[in-house]
Design a protein around this ligand. Structure first.
Ligand code: SAM
Length: 376
């Protein structure tokens, strides 16, 4: 059974539908095939899901990430990882990997070139830069954390974007591999106006103040933690499993600003059927006095399409849910207008007070958002 599942999954990921060749002249056939193939892939993934999770530790997807992607710059096989996904959580494995890629070129992408990965980040970049750029109420510059940067130049490309430049975005690139960080510092820190810093640190123990980043950018890093968790799965054990993905979510929750625009962007191969439920379960929640557990995060998912080899990429936007809304109240309830959404009531009340102090003749009230849903 496992062989069938693995072969089907391999087929879904690896058999490309190319425009050239026999069907090259028939664009209608191609445009019909792509949605059909996508539907088939999605239903196959859904059907296989119950079988797929327990097998994930040995699944070809885990083995293929980074090893056969066409944008795999290093062209090295991650041979040790193929037999043991738990190694994706080990520093020794990544040091060996970065040592190899560092010798071939100063920087290197695990998958997707940096310019392609930058595209889906831009809407969030614009949102935080518009809010925090000079001339607005926010006095300090916007900040981004490139989580598990390895030797990817995504952080550098992000800071070079005109929107980021204009707002003075500061990028912190973090990885626990000294080999990777040294290679990146050598390559880029001398660049004038670079606005990037590189930090050697464990993502599970980040040396940053709480709520200090507007954006957390993650290309393939959450995936590495998922693989490490899968490698350590002990289905029959009575001891509760220490999930690295859960710890990573807590860390991101700590360093991400408590603002509804602040976003954790995950760029990955992982399809929604495999990512949404587990990510949702790993994100911190809050309990009410009555015992209900409330979701504090919303997750958006967008397909980035397939590359020439049929690998589909996705971006997940993880944001804090607004919990309070600032309302400008009219004489009639119908005239009430929502003018701001906040994660924290204190911030919402302070903003209402600022409007009043500015001499606004309107009335303002802070109301709890009613759309928060209990977690099932
Ligand atoms: C799949 S690679 C992605 C690298 C890079 N983002 C890219 O797209 O090329 C995962 C990265 O996460 C780093 N990493 C894994 N576990 C980590 C941890 N606990 N703390 C910090 N970095 C970690 C690895 O060193 C590696 O560079």
């Amino acid at each position: 059974m496992s062989k069938v599942i693995i072969s089907c999954t391999l087929l879904c990921r690896c058999v490309p539908l190319r425009k050239e060749g026999f069907f090259g002249s028939c664009s209608h056939f191609y445009s019909l095939c792509v949605p059909l193939r996508k539907m088939a892939k999605a239903s196959l993934r859904s059907a296989l899901r119950p079988f797929f999770r327990p097998l994930w530790g040995t699944s070809p997807i885990v083995r293929l990430v980074g090893a056969t992607s066409p944008t795999w710059g290093g062209r090295r096989q991650v041979s040790a990882a193929s037999s043991d996904p738990a190694r994706f959580g080990q520093l020794g494995f990544w040091e060996e990997y970065h040592q190899g890629t560092g010798q071939e070129r100063c920087h290197h992408e695990w998958f997707l070139e940096a310019d392609a990965a930058l595209e889906p980040i831009l809407p969030s970049l614009r949102a935080v830069c518009a809010h925090r750029s000079p001339g607005t109420d926010a006095v300090d510059v916007p900040t981004a954390l490139h989580l598990g940067c390895g030797t990817s130049s995504l952080g550098v490309e992000l800071s070079r974007h005109p929107t980021a430049r204009a707002a003075g975005l500061q990028v912190t690139n973090l990885d626990f591999s000294p080999v990777a960080i040294e290679a990146m510092e050598r390559a880029f820190s001398g660049e004038t106006g670079c606005r990037n810093t590189w930090v050697v640190a464990d993502a599970l123990n980040m040396p940053f103040a709480p709520a200090c980043f507007d954006l957390v950018i993650d290309k393939g890093t959450y995936d590495a933690f998922e693989c490490a968790d899968a490698g350590h799965e002990r289905p029959s054990s009575q001891i509760p499993q220490r999930l690295l993905t859960g710890e990573l979510c807590q860390q991101v929750d700590r360093v991400l600003r408590r603002d509804v625009r602040a976003t954790w962007l995950q760029i990955t191969h992982a399809a929604p059927e495999l990512r949404l439920e587990t990510l949702n379960a790993s994100l911190p929640t809050c309990s009410s006095a009555s015992g209900s557990v409330w979701q504090l995060w919303s997750i958006g998912c967008q397909s980035l399409g397939e590359d020439d080899n049929g690998f589909e990429y996705f971006v997940y936007s993880v944001r804090r849910r607004p919990r309070f809304v600032l309302v400008r109240t009219g004489l009639l309830q119908a005239d009430d207008v929502d003018i701001g959404e906040f994660v924290d009531e204190v911030e919402a009340l302070a903003t209402a007070a600022a409007y009043r102090a500015a001499g606004s003749i309107d009335n303002f009230s802070v109301q709890p958002r009613t759309s928060l849903s209990p977690k099932r």
